[in-house]
Write a new protein. Sequence first.
Length: 75
Amino acid sequence: GCPKAENFSVATNVFPVKMKHFQMKVVRTLHNKCGALLLVVFVVLLVLSCISVLILKTTAILYHQNLGCSTHHKP
């Protein structure tokens, strides 16, 4: 047979097993209180970063709109 096809089948067999091991590791760390705490901190940081980006975007848009209005209203 073609060796490439064999390698591919090996890869497809190994990858899901690796994922299973990874998931089990995650579950174990979640059961560990320290791991859970780290996960919570990570999620909070992620949410805060998303919120800050949104705030920056909205303030930038408002700032540009105000600049546009002020330049238009100037005589």
